[in-house]
Design a protein around this ligand. Structure first.
Ligand SMILES: Nc1ncnc2c1ncn2[C@@H]1O[C@H](COP(=O)(O)OP(=O)(O)OP(=O)(O)O)[C@@H](O)[C@H]1O
Length: 650
């Protein structure tokens, strides 16, 4: 550690960064999964890419068409029209030059050239105007496509069953679709329009040159081909360099997040991690900077080589043109126009080549997005169509659940009954399966074995949405929703129709001992609970948990699952919450807690051990029978003893 803490100079004398620090480094980070396409792309030849172009173009046009027909037609149509204007412009330029190079007095020649000059000016202006209008239509497509694509993704991610998020493959595909695939949809269209623009530009130039003098067409190709090859090389080199650096850059981003983040600031200071983190950062940064310097040098080399080849090709074209002129096969005016056409063809070709390259890469990532949507669609829970309206008894019959890719079931053949009007408690040591069992009861997971029946009907035959409407869950790992205090509670039943009875937001907050705390906030129930926004306010862990409890109570459901609802509550708030839970007989409450004093009044207590239900009964029965419950209870109670070894809290 000492070597890590030692201050190092950031650069050596010659200005290159110092060596990375000796000493413990963080382990290498895995490449992100989305990178696998990047590797595929890096090793695909340009012609292989070009062969797939027609399919890609069809795909992009279809996407744009489905988003906005008007803007799609405008983007492509206006670009084609601009290309036609290029042809007119070049032809008019030849006429201008022909008149100017003709024999006779200069004023006469200029006069004769004027009509053609007017046509050329009009064509150039029209071309400019059309290109701007095409750009506008193209830019309009981007936000509209993004909107559609993002909406479809989030409609899918919020509809899939909870179990999908435990499946590593699903989670990975979701990340890929969200982080990369989703953003590529707009690019795919953008690059297709660029490709169309480039190809139309080249065709327009080729048509003009062919009309002027067909012999000049090969010259145009001769000049264009080396440039195309150089453009592809440059794009590939840049891409490969990006790939080589990505792991290092991710590590730098990760370190940057640790060092400049509100959530990590306290721990970084408490453990005095500053020197460690800075040393790590300097080490990676030194290697990264050196790599960038190498890349800049190599890129300059490629650029020099490219420029030399392009220069030689241009020289060759000039030589051919000169030969044609001397042989009297091409008029001087046509030769001059050919030089202008060459410039125009070059920029169109450059655009088309880069667009082709990008389009292929975009399409790979976009495919991820489409695959994910298909997979998500298959994981939307489909239940029966039987509607539930309230529930009296929930029966679990030999119910098991194994998480994906695990050998041991988290819940193993559990049978129990939960009745409306009762408070039942699930207790057991960490990892014994309580939360998983509660999620099964709540219908958040479907059992991988056994049956759950709601009033005698297999839960799988019930309408999943209606079933969900009967359940409220105060989860163990709640999220701090960045809403106001009032919204944080109301979101528990945000779609409650006015005719439906239920507690008001204030009543729910009162029952969860949250009302006074909320009223004391700067804007009461309208206080925004996220410090990352202006006027946002931060709550303590226990204050948040009161809000979470209030949300669960506001939902006013027939089945209330409380998973460690009081872990962060102070004694007074905890007492108030449990008083309320005991006083509300019109619901079934499933309570999970490690504070066993809170389960003493439960109607029934289920004791879990390694996924199995090992004991059940009320507190007195379980204490009398001995076993795991009594052992855990006595262990906890011993912490409250005041001098006598065997007294238990009463
Ligand atoms: N999403 C998941 N994917 C895979 N395994 C999981 C998942 N959630 C829980 N498990 C595993 O299932 C087992 C039961 O976990 P569960 O959260 O149900 O236990 P618990 O009794 O609620 O524990 P605690 O008292 O610590 O909250 C554990 O071995 C855990 O590692």
């Amino acid at each position: 550690m000492e070597s890590m803490a030692r201050q190092r100079t950031a650069t050596e004398d010659d200005g290159t960064p110092a060596d990375p620090p000796a000493g413990p480094m963080l382990p290498e980070l895995e490449d992100p999964d989305w990178l696998h396409h990047a590797h595929d792309f890096a090793h695909t030849g340009f012609w292989a890419v070009a062969r797939r172009l027609p399919r890609l173009v069809r795909e992009a046009v279809g996407l744009a068409w489905a988003t906005s027909r008007r803007d799609t037609v405008a983007s492509i149509g206006l670009n084609v029209a601009a290309g036609v204007m290029t042809t007119f412009g070049l032809l008019a330029t030849t006429s201008v030059l022909s008149e100017l190079f003709a024999a006779g007095p200069t004023p006469d020649r200029v006069r004769a050239a004027l009509p053609a000059l007017a046509v050329a000016a009009a064509a150039v202006s029209a071309r400019g105007g059309l290109a701007i209008a095409a750009g506008w239509a193209q830019a309009r497509l981007t936000p509209q496509i993004n909107y559609q694509v993002e909406l479809r993704l989030f409609e899918a991610t919020t509809a899939v069953e909870l179990a999908a998020f435990d499946d590593a493959g699903f989670a990975e595909e979701m990340d890929r679709a969200r982080d990369r695939g989703m953003t590529e949809a707009a690019y795919i269209v953008d690059h297709t329009v660029d490709l169309v623009t480039g190809v139309v530009g080249m065709l327009a130039t080729a048509v003009a040159v062919t009309v002027i003098q067909p012999l000049l067409l090969p010259c145009l190709l001769l000049a264009a081909v080396p440039q195309a090859i150089t453009a592809v090389r440059m794009a590939r080199r840049e891409y490969l360099a990006m790939l080589a650096r990505i792991t290092r850059q991710r590590r730098m981003w990760m370190l940057a997040r640790l060092m400049a983040n509100r959530h990590t600031a306290a721990e970084v200071r408490a453990y005095q991690m500053r020197d460690f983190l800075l040393a790590e950062y300097r080490g990676v940064m030194a290697v990264e900077t050196r790599a960038q310097l190498r890349l800049v040098r190599a890129q300059t080399g490629t650029r020099i080589a490219g420029a030399t080849v392009a220069g030689l090709a241009t020289f060759g074209v000039y030589a051919v043109l000169g030969g044609l002129l001397l042989a009297g096969m091409v008029a001087l005016a046509a030769a001059a126009t050919a030089l202008l056409a060459l410039q125009s063809a070059r920029s169109s070709l450059g655009l088309a080549v880069i667009a082709t390259n990008s389009l292929y890469e975009d399409a790979l990532y976009y495919q991820d997005y489409r695959d994910f949507l298909a997979r998500a669609h298959a994981r939307v829970p489909v239940g029966g169509d039987r509607v539930v309206d309230g529930v009296q008894v929930i029966d679990l019959d030999e119910v098991s659940l194994s998480y994906p890719d695990t050998d041991t079931p988290a819940v193993d053949r559990v049978s129990l009954t939960v009745r409306r009007g009762e408070v039942v408690a699930l207790v057991g040591e960490n990892g014994s399966g309580k939360t998983t069992l509660a999620k099964l009861i709540a219908g958040l997971y479907r059992p991988t074995g056994g049956v759950i029946r709601w009033d005698g009907v297999d839960a799988a035959d019930l309408d999943p949405r209606a079933l969900g409407g009967q359940v409220a869950v105060m989860t163990q790992e709640w999220w701090k929703f960045p809403f106001t205090a009032g919204q944080n509670i109301r979101v528990g039943r945000h779609d409650r129709p006015p005719e439906r009875s239920g507690p008001s937001v204030q009543e729910a907050a009162g029952a969860a001992a949250a009302h006074d705390m909320i009223v004391g906030l700067p804007n009461g129930y309208d206080t925004l609970l996220d410090r990352e926004f202006k006027d946002g306010h931060e709550l303590s862990g226990g204050q948040w948990q009161r809000l979470v409890a209030a949300r669960g109570l506001y939902r006013d459901a027939a089945l209330l699952i409380c998973d460690e609802p009081s872990a962060a509550l102070d004694a007074r708030a905890e007492h108030a919450l449990f008083q309320h839970l005991r006083r509300s007989p019109d619901r079934a409450v499933v309570l999970i807690t490690h504070r066993l004093a809170n389960v003493r009044h439960a109607d029934r207590i289920f004791v879990m051990e390694r996924g199995r239900l090992v004991q059940q009964g009320n507190h007195d029965e379980l204490m009398a029978s001995g076993g795991l419950y009594r052992e855990l209870f006595e262990l906890q109670a011993s912490g409250y003893l005041t001098g006598t070894d065997d007294a238990l809290p009463r």
